[in-house]
Ligand binder design. Structure first.
Ligand code: RB5
Length: 146
């Protein structure tokens, strides 16, 4: 089993809780154990604090993450400042599949104010069921570092 480190801000709280309760079985079947880094209410908070906590755990364990804020943009910006994190903000299932196959994304970002909860759940399952294709895509990822 691999840990799936999840985090959100107030805007993503409801979706994070829905993921925990509704996708638990499907994620377990994919070999993932959810580890929740907060936030734990809909009270206004600062998303970088939660993104950083989850990304530090993903990096340390070489595992995977899921970050949810209002747009997904702030979470993805913070996540991609971490060495070794390749975070993808996805709004479709195809985004999710290609982020894994081509970009070896290890963190999925979602915007809870942009993407409905049913689509968000489908995106999550598509992302974590998919695998990296390697080959030319690895060569391109190796070119990321400046
Ligand atoms: C919170 O209002 C909102 O700014 C945040 O959830 C996120 O969308 C930032 O990128």
């Amino acid at each position: 089993m691999l840990n799936l480190h999840i985090a959100c801000d107030h805007a993503g709280f409801e979706l994070k809780e829905a993921v925990k309760s509704k996708l638990h079985e499907e994620l377990t079947a994919l070999g993932l154990t959810i580890v929740d880094h907060g936030t734990n209410s809909s009270e206004s908070c600062d998303y970088p604090l939660f993104a950083n906590a989850a990304c530090q755990a993903v990096t340390a364990e070489k595992s995977v993450g899921l970050l949810i804020c209002g747009t997904g943009i702030g979470m993805s910006m913070v996540a991609n400042r971490h060495q070794g994190i390749r975070a993808a903000l996805c709004t479709t299932e195809l985004h999710a599949k290609l982020a894994r196959r081509h970009n070896n994304a290890n963190v999925l970002c979602l915007g809870a104010r942009m993407t409905g909860s049913e689509l968000a759940k489908a995106i999550i399952l598509a992302f974590f069921a998919e695998h990296f294709e390697g080959g030319r895509h690895q060569r391109r990822i190796d070119l990321f570092s400046k």
